[in-house]
Design a protein around this ligand. Structure first.
Ligand SMILES: [Zn+2]
Length: 284
């Protein structure tokens, strides 16, 4: 199956009252694990790469892996740039074949965020590639930037932002943070509901690693159609590799410890697809 884009996928999730899991695939084994989980549960899904991953390996490499795996598994999958931080990186990913682009101008002022986002929407529109943008600040560490004081998404700004930019989905800041949580996160669900009433495009939840199942489902009930999982996948993979090497310190074949990392990620992703309500939705 060819890579699909996220627009139809997210609109279907929106009308069906579920969410699509978006998983950051740092390497081939993590990517394989997400495909296996999706095929086993018949869940449509999104693979994502961040700018720091694209410094480690190129957009062409990640596209090649995603494309190759998509031929082996008959499940709808999109390849998405997560937290694109410049027009240039958005253009590079578009050229490589990515089917969905996020441009994150949330650290800019409102007018600058609108201008940058509009530029990327105009770039992607002729290729029918949808664009996600962010308004407000998700806390924690994303790439090199640490935010201690998350600014929640403003309702009037959200409505205005969508009208001015023509984006296909909007990432909102309602109290989640990137990375693992040190305390219990307090989500502003009322704000999410109010954003939903003003903005009719699919809404995106960042920083879901470590949220409870109930937290995630409460957000989906209030309009979230895409949930991003990154930190916990990296953790599951690395714990699997560490265990394999501890059990057998003489291991030297990357395939041998990679297998255990992959199995751990697969288990975790199946759980997350279930929580999102996406299981079985690939059959439609
Ligand atoms: Zn994020």
């Amino acid at each position: 199956m060819a890579l699909t884009d996220t627009k139809e996928m997210l609109l279907q999730a929106q009308s069906g009252g579920y969410a699509i899991g978006a998983f950051n695939a740092e390497n081939m084994e993590i990517m394989q694990a997400v495909f296996e989980a999706a095929a086993e549960t018949q869940s449509p899904f999104i693979l994502q790469t961040t700018p720091s991953m694209l410094k480690y390996a190129s957009a062409d490499v990640f596209f090649g892996m995603a494309r190759g795996l998509s031929l082996d598994y008959g499940v709808p999958v999109a390849l998405h740039l997560d937290h694109g931080n410049s027009f240039a990186i958005a253009a590079k990913c578009l050229r490589a074949g990515y089917t969905s682009i996020m441009i994150d101008g949330s650290k800019l002022g409102f007018a600058e965020n609108v201008a940058l986002t509009r530029q990327v929407v105009d770039l992607c529109a002729p290729c029918a590639v949808p664009v996600e943008a962010e308004l407000g600040k998700v806390g924690g560490k994303e790439e090199e930037i640490v935010t201690d004081d998350p600014g929640y998404t403003d309702l009037a700004e959200a409505e205005d932002f969508c009208a001015r930019t023509g984006i296909s989905s909007l990432a909102v800041a309602i109290g989640t943070a990137h990375g693992f949580y040190s305390g219990k996160p307090v989500l502003d669900l009322e704000r999410l509901l109010q954003i939903r009433q003003r903005v009719n495009i699919p809404l995106v939840l960042h920083g879901a690693s470590g949220l409870s199942d109930a937290d995630i489902q409460n957000c989906i009930k209030r309009g979230i159609c895409k949930v991003n999982f990154a930190t916990e996948l990296r953790n599951a993979y690395t714990e699997g590799v560490k265990d394999a090497l501890q059990q057998n310190p003489a291991l030297y074949d990357p395939k041998e410890f990679g297998k255990l990392g992959r199995a751990r990620v697969r288990q975790l992703v199946i759980q997350r697809m279930l929580v999102c309500g996406a299981v079985g939705k690939a059959r439609a």
